[in-house]
Design a protein around this ligand. Sequence first.
Ligand SMILES: [Zn+2]
Length: 450
Amino acid sequence: MISGPIRAGRLSSDACEADWIWDREVETESDDQAFARASASWDRQFRHLMEHSSFYSRRFREAGVAASAVGLADITRLPFSTKTDLKQAIDERPPFGGNLCVPPESVKRVYQTSGTTGSPSVLALTQADIETWTTIGTRTYFASGVHEHSSVLSTFGAGPFVAGHTYFVLSRIGSRVVPVGPGDADRVLFGMRAGVFDTLLTTPSFAQYLSNRLESAGEKIAPLRHVVTGGEPGGGIPAVRDHIQAVLGGTVNEVMGIGDVAPSLFGECPHQQGMHFCGGGHVWVEIVEPDSREPIKIEPGAVGELVYTHLTRQAMPVVRFLGGDIVRIEGGTCGCGRTTFRMRILGRRDDMFIVRAVKVYPSAILAVVGEFRPRVTGRARVVRRGSEMTVEPPVPLEVEVPKARLGDTELAAEIERAVRSALIFRCTVQLVAEEEFGAAGYKTRLVRQT
Ligand SMILES: [Zn+2]
């Protein structure tokens, strides 16, 4: 590996001279320019919604705001919408529902959602929507450092989920693509040994699994240049990131998106200081206080729930959509030159719990547990009894360990002390063997409900 200080905005191993910002006009504009661009698109989008979305036009009328157009500056006057609302709109008029704003014959691509609540749901795209997702995704992956000269193995399935859209993005960038699909460790390791790729797209859980597997087998493979994680938090947790970097090699950074909005919407640049917003001109983002849902200014240090509005989406646009992700806005200008805001995911709103009046996100626990590698594997989860938000200490934690560590009571006690000191609550740690924790996870649920 080439080491030393990275050149602005590039991976340390990237010697290429091409521009490292895909869409310089949008990604380096001032806040005022970004607002003006978004505002003009929103005025058209508002008319589109009033004319074609029976779902949103009804909601706007019910909120008493439809008599005149609502500008972007006043968007907080419009009601929030949730996954449940959108699902209901589909169920009332399947398959696409009352928020399909184009004739059904204009729908050119349909993804499905995993249907965490009940049956799966659909996401419809027109040709222009497909192009928009590719544009946003291209900015995102390009920001992470995936460029034309990269050789990329993707563990994302081509369908039915929106992560499959990444294949359009990689083609747009012009990278070599090695498609594998989720969870197929043997194919990934084969490709790694054969040297057919230098960049891995995966979940952090799966990257950790591959790292543990290589380490326990004592196998040394030529290091990768770049690992991009997505699909769940983890790539931004230092203990997780450092482990993957140490075993698989290269730079680990993360991307994030949300099915109802855009599958790749935030991308972390090689400076590893949080994910840049990459949806300028197509998506408007607000953050709101997680309890009161009052708007908060997007500025360094602010913590809030992400809220999304489509500015250009034709089929199935969302307005003030509550995504359920709680984020912290990261500070100041970035060495890469992008002016877009950066953020880190603290966790899913649904995974949050309260101990002694303090909010805890399970990803914070991963950060503490990860420091105990290699005595632990890096996976851990909180056991929650019932649906109560408030958990009385000691909080039960399950920590995955290699089999030989199962009876290590001193290890359990050390983790308990570390959690108490870092997160200020008492916990009881149960060490769980890899087989019991669940199959080599492609994704890890951070909470187990009993
Ligand atoms: Zn940056």
